[in-house]
Design a protein around this ligand. Structure first.
Ligand code: PLP
Length: 482
């Protein structure tokens, strides 16, 4: 090894092993559907296969990659398998992975515009593109009063929205003297747990989160929201924040934004809209109705890392009034001062998020949008929705099963009529088979199976085979139970 090189990888080695890794990934995608979707390792098994001590001397790259195959692969649940129907997807794609590789290769840290102007400007531009692709109201664009930023996750977006709401409600006093214990936040009882986490972190306190009742479609009941706000005001509390969900995690329920929005407008509450997975559907004009009422929202987020072929992590967070968000989150120490910031002509995204540092995530999003094109993305989203709708029809046609919630998009909530214990055992067997992976939830106290179509490489035949296997496994279980 040349002395100047020390222990570093040489450019030649990087070229060589880089190709090997890219080949490995391409092979992985070709074989992933033959691997058990849900990992079968026992707790501690992966660690037991690793040496207790780190290597004192560097090892050949081949040995490292061999251990990926030997130790890591069996310990993976294959989110990129076409037979992955659990939770919500976290789908990836070739252009996204290559964009991510390039981002790692460039290794820039875009905390300030000045620390890598392209990192900031590409992000602003791509988020403006996306605002148009989703039909968001114009004030969410950088040319309006607001703008978009990439966060790691929807959880962070919700926290940032809540912090800004807290400051707006207290005239920015909470940042100075702490939270007053009287602020109240609202979400439906189907909202994601990240709302409760945000309420805890932001200092409102879990008891000041009101979980509003839902209707028979599992959507928030606006009249219940209005009544709760009135009760809280009467009690001397200060309502400040509502999180509405477009596509709840359990059942993909869609909260009625126009009615909720009008209440928020009248009451002066910050409305945050969490469209983590379902938001992607609005790329298709026929599903844009999902965003009806978004003109009332102060903030909005959706996750391209769920359903838009952009590997984790990538949440797009939009605010209608960027000044409030920036005033909430900006702290400017001397060592970050620079001429560009002082000119006021640039965006410093560090002021739009919790951490200081940030990766060049916009690259992968840019690659995805350019490679697929808007029509390409629509094509695949429509297919996922159509296949889920077909699956829902099969469930309805089989008298042993029932649908448990409406199926507006790509998630089917269903169950066997034989009861909770049967469905639990059915899910356990299906997942243990390794042939597919589903997850569950509870709706109205009943155990429900969730089947979500959104994996990049899922085809109609995977969905058909999954339903056939679910039917066969149920039959087998029925026979065993007499
Ligand atoms: N909101 C909804 C509706 C979700 O379904 C999820 C995750 O599934 C989240 C928020 C949290 O997502 P993240 O992992 O991006 O924080």
């Amino acid at each position: 090894m040349a002395e100047a090189q020390g222990y570093h990888m040489t450019p030649e080695q990087f070229r060589l092993y880089g190709r090997v890794v890219v080949d490995w990934i391409a092979d992985y995608y070709q074989r992933v559907q033959s691997l058990p979707v849900l990992s079968r390792v026992q707790p501690g098994e992966v660690r037991a296969a690793l040496p207790t001590e780190p290597p004192l001397h560097g090892e050949p790259f081949e040995a490292i990659l061999a251990d990926v195959e030997r130790v890591i692969l069996p310990g993976l649940t294959h989110w990129q398998s076409p037979n992955f129907f659990a939770f919500f997807p976290a789908n990836a794609s070739g252009p996204a992975i290559l964009g991510e590789l390039l981002s790692a290769g460039l290794g820039v840290q875009g905390m300030l515009w000045a620390t890598s102007p392209a990192c900031t400007e590409l992000e602003t531009h791509v988020l403006d593109w996306l605002a148009d692709m989703l039909g968001l109201p114009p004030h969410f664009k950088s040319s309006g009063t607001g703008g978009g930023v990439i966060q790691d996750t929807a959880s962070s977006a919700t926290l940032c929205a809540l912090l800004a709401a807290r400051e707006r409600a207290t005239g920015f006093a909470s940042n100075e003297t702490g939270c007053n214990g009287r602020l109240v936040a609202y979400a439906s009882n189907q909202a994601h747990s990240s709302v409760e986490k945000a309420v805890r972190i932001a200092g409102l306190g879990r008891r000041n989160l009101r979980l509003i009742e839902v209707d028979e479609r599992y959507a928030m009941r606006p009249e219940m929201l209005a009544a709760q706000i009135a009760r809280d005001r009467q009690a001397g509390l200060v309502p400040c924040f509502v999180c509405a969900t477009i596509g709840t995690t359990s059942s993909n329920a869609i909260d009625p934004l126009p009615a909720i929005g009008r209440i928020c407008r009248e009451e002066g509450l910050w409305l945050h809209v969490d469209a983590a997975m379902a938001g992607t559907a609005a790329i298709c004009p026929e599903f844009r109705y999902l965003h009806d009422g978004l003109e009332y929202a102060d903030s909005y987020c959706f996750n391209p890392h769920k359903w838009m072929f952009t590997n984790f992590d990538c949440d797009c967070f939009y605010v209608a009034d960027r000044a409030t968000l920036i005033r909430t989150l900006s702290v400017l120490p001397e060592y970050l001062r620079n001429k560009a910031t002082e000119s006021g002509a640039v965006i410093d995204y560090r002021d739009w998020q919790i951490p200081l540092g940030r990766r060049f995530r916009a690259l992968k999003l840019w690659f995805v949008i350019r490679f697929y094109g808007v029509e390409g993305l629509r094509y695949h989203i429509r297919q996922h929705i159509a296949w889920a709708q077909e699956f829902a029809r099969w469930v309805q046609e089989d008298p042993r099963f029932e649908l448990v919630a409406p199926v507006p998009l790509n998630l089917v909530c269903f169950r066997h009529r034989a009861g909770d214990a049967f469905n639990e055992e059915l899910l356990e067997r299906l997942n243990r088979s390794g042939r597919l992976y589903l997850s569950h939830t509870k709706l109205d106290g009943r155990y429900v199976l969730r089947f979500c179509v959104g994996q990049t490489h899922t085809e109609a035949h995977h969905v058909r085979a999954a339903w056939q296997f679910i039917q066969e496994t149920a039959e087998q279980l029925e026979r065993e139970r007499g």
